[in-house]
Design a protein around this ligand. Structure first.
Ligand SMILES: *Cc1c(COP(=O)(O)O)cnc(C)c1O
Length: 793
């Protein structure tokens, strides 16, 4: 897109006047940002309309990515980058005398997700548009996003995220595309004239689903796709009653602040059906308008089920094909399976979603009937070949529960895990029975990230250096970063690389000072762990490492100075995770106030982790902590973001860490801990208390939890100690402790040789291109969705 600075300035003044009826000098930074967002939205509008028309005209196959969470992050800078207008706009803002940093900072981060799952969904939308695929998001427009996290006396306090208060300029309400979603009531199957049974609904509770579309702008491709998020409103007949507005709206009022165990709550079930039904209805309406014959659906439409939350898409599509399109069962089923595909995101059996059949029947009576029929046919078809034990375990209905992962596998033509180890473990653990029946459906698609956001936008010092040294090809093809390998022994390059890193660290140090009032030395090793607070991710192991360092300093040991940076939200109901948050804050208070630690050790727990905070932290990291117990993290993606900006990974052999090591080379990662197989073998004979008794350092640290050496954690300290010693340390923190320390000492030694460190950082950056989400979605596109990526238009 070609816009001159002069044109931009004119457009900006026009929009400001039309929208706010005021001169620029009277606009707040928020209004200046809103003006800019509207200008940029206008620039993308033509491409957006054209992409839609082009896809319809050429009958391009469409991907619909169904996800209950999206975390797009701020869109202004990313849209400008992708449109190729960032420099023009920055120059224009400067000419207008506006403070561009303040303008960008006025944008709110739509927190419509909890963590990795939602961020992945948004990375995929960005990547699909950037590779010219017609790929759209389908999800929920939550009125309140994930809570805003604050710390009060070290406790996590949750504040509602009122992200729509100032309106969201990127979205467009499409009231003309609204559909009705029916809940409850009962269904009669009435024989019609043709002999086909017609489903007649009575006493249903109808809700209006209104779509809000946001443009997903491809990186210099001209392709603009759509993220469609649905809001619940009362239907026209009921819209006059205030109580009805509140009741209908409740469906999309808030995001469940939980990664996993929300099952069993009826409102969550409502949310899931709401966006699945609305999405499929609108897809079918559009499909029939552009293609006519619904029997061609899988030739032109792929629906992707991101984790099990949208798995009832299998049943809802069956309902639409049977009841609305009057197809016969076998044909409807064949079309459904050919259209659907499913990604599993977890290995924890307890996190696999199930719904009590009674609740499901009450809320979704027609879908429950279809679930019974899917179950009956599944059993009938596979019983003789696989036997009743296996078929019972693989069936959708068991013990009065509907098993959504089983339904998703049975109703999809493709199932994938999100890292090599995870995809292999799926076949032997949580999906082992279904793998026996449908081995050809299974594959691996390792997750990816978008280097545009994490390197081009968030790490300008590095991006500039890369351009200078290997040219700009990497901006379009991150795999071109391998060219950096030939510079890994060039001392001049290495010192420039470390200078870029230092610049980022100075910037993060300023943020830490501004946020926490804590001064940290920018020349220390910045050791970062940023992710949801969860026992399996083992932030506790990291804290134990800090306490060991603290004790060593008190004894006079001299080690390289370290700044530990944490970012993590805990689910409000997750007691243990909140206890760990309080512990981290208490250890931070202890360490940061101790004069013996000054200049040697500091702990900064930055509140309210989210995409924007990640952009500030990641470029400044020297060390990336990826220390989950092996066999628990499906993939991880912060590991990829951090390697891409030159952090060395301190890691267990879990999730995508294994592939990062294979890509960047063994030396480039500090690996420690039990392997998945070792952990599994240890489990039956594990005795945490014995480890505690045997290791004096560990003994001392565990005692610090409860003996008053860390002030203000009485009850939290007791709870964590009990988890370790009374409940036998579920995630083997004590088992991996000694090896974790050893890996840290190897990093310390390496820090003493800055050239060697910089060389390994270079190896990481050079190898990071293969984790670009552009490549990941192309693998989905070729092997699962069967869409041929078009050349950029
Ligand atoms: C990448 C990302 C995650 C995922 O981090 P993991 O370490 O892979 O769990 C979570 N939240 C945000 C904001 C992210 O950007």
């Amino acid at each position: 897109m070609v816009i001159t600075t002069t044109q931009f300035i004119k457009d900006y003044r026009d929009v400001a006047l039309r929208w706010f009826a005021d001169g620029l000098e009277n606009l707040s930074p928020l209004q200046q940002y809103q003006t800019l967002a509207l200008v940029v939205k206008g620039y993308a509008a033509r491409d957006w309309a054209r992409s839609k028309a082009h896809a319809d005209k050429t009958q391009q196959k469409q991907v619909y990515y169904f996800s209950i969470e999206f975390m797009p992050g701020r869109l202004l800078a990313s849209n400008l980058l992708n449109l190729g207008l960032k420099d023009v706009v920055d120059a224009g803002l400067a000419k207008l005398g506006l403070d561009s940093a303040a303008v960008y900072a006025a944008e709110r981060d739509p927190g419509l997700g909890n963590g990795g799952l939602g961020r992945l969904a948004s990375a995929f939308l960005d990547a699909m548009a950037s590779t010219g695929m017609a790929g759209n998001g389908n999800g929920i427009r939550y009125r309140y996003g994930l809570f805003e996290q604050r710390f009060v006396d070290g406790y996590q306090v949750e504040v509602p995220d009122d992200w729509l208060r100032d309106s969201y300029p990127w979205e467009t309400r499409k009231e003309n595309r609204a559909v009705i979603v029916k809940f409850g009531g009962h269904v009669d199957l009435v024989p019609g004239a043709s002999g086909h049974l017609t489903a007649v609904y009575q006493g249903t509770d109808d809700v209006l689903a209104v779509p809000y579309d946001t443009a997903m702008i491809g990186y210099r491709t001209g392709t603009v796709n759509t993220m469609r998020l649905w809001a619940a409103e009362p239907t026209a007949e009921r819209a006059h009653a205030l109580a009805e507005t509140a009741r209908a709206g409740a469906i999309t009022e808030f995001l469940y602040p939980d990664d996993s165990d929300t099952a069993g709550r009826e409102l969550r079930l409502r949310q899931e059906y709401f966006f699945v039904s609305a999405g499929l209805q609108s897809i079918l309406t559009h499909f029939k308008r552009t293609h006519g014959d619904v029997r061609l659906l899988p030739n032109f439409v792929a629906v992707h089920i991101n984790d099990t939350h949208p798995a009832m898409a299998v049943l809802e599509l069956m309902r639409l094909l049977l009841d609305e399109e009057q197809l016969a069962w076998d044909q409807a089923w064949q079309l459904t399976v050919a259209t659907m595909s499913y990604t599993n995101h977890t290995l924890m059996a307890e996190a696999l979603e199930t719904w009590p059949l009674g609740m499901f029947q009450d809320l979704l009576p027609r879908l429950a009937q279809l679930a019974f029929e899917v179950d009956r046919r599944f059993r009938a078809r596979y019983l003789s070949r696989f036997g009743s034990v296996l078929v019972n375990r693989a069936a959708p209905l068991q013990d009065g529960q509907l098993h959504m992962a089983n339904l998703a596998v049975i109703g999809s033509h493709a199932v994938n895990g999100v890292a090599k180890i995870h995809s292999e473990l799926l076949k032997t653990t949580v999906l082992a029975d279904l793998y026996q029946i449908f081995p050809d459906r299974f594959s691996n698609k390792t997750n990816g990230i978008t280097p545009r956001r994490w390197v081009q936008l968030a790490d300008v010092p590095l991006a500039t250096l890369l351009d200078d040294v290997i040219g700009t090809k990497w901006r379009h093809q991150p795999q071109a970063l391998v060219a950096l390998r030939s510079h890994a022994s060039d001392p001049a390059f290495l010192s420039r690389l470390m200078a870029a890193k230092h610049e980022n660290k100075v910037r993060l140090a300023a943020l830490i000072q501004a946020t926490l009032g804590l001064e940290v030395p920018a020349d220390a090793m910045f050791d970062v762990q940023i992710k949801r607070l969860h026992a399996y991710k083992r932030q506790l192991l990291h804290v134990f490492g800090i306490l060991e360092h603290y004790l060593a300093i008190k004894k006079g040991a001299v080690r390289p100075p370290r700044v530990h940076v944490f970012g993590a939200k805990a689910a409000p109901s997750y007691r243990y995770a909140k206890a760990v948050i309080r512990l981290i804050n208490a250890v931070a208070a202890l360490v940061n106030a101790d004069p013996d630690c000054a200049g040697k050790l500091a702990v900064a727990f930055l509140p309210n982790y989210g995409v924007s905070l990640a952009e500030a932290i990641i470029p400044a990291a020297d060390v990336s902590e990826q220390i989950s117990l092996a066999g628990t993290e499906a993939s991880g993606t912060s590991n990829m973001k951090l390697m891409a900006t030159g952090a060395l990974t301190l890691a267990t052999l879990d999730g995508a860490n294994i592939e990062i090591r294979d890509a960047a080379g063994k030396e480039s990662m500090a690996v420690f801990g039990l392997t998945e197989q070792e952990a599994k073998a240890l489990r039956p004979q594990y005795n945490a208390r014995e480890r505690y008794e045997r290791d004096p350092v560990l003994h001392r640290i565990v005692d610090m939890l409860t003996d008053g050496s860390i002030p203000n954690i009485e009850s939290e300290g007791r709870e964590i100690r009990a988890e370790l010693l009374d409940y036998n340390d579920t995630y083997f923190v004590l088992a991996d402790f000694a090896d974790y320390l050893a890996a840290n000492r190897r990093l310390d030694a390496l820090w003493g040789d800055p050239v060697a460190w910089a060389k390994l950082a270079t190896e990481n950056i050079a190898a990071s291109g293969r984790f670009s989400a552009d490549l990941t979605v192309q693998r989905y596109g070729r092997e699962i969705w069967r869409v041929l990526p078009e050349q950029p238009v």
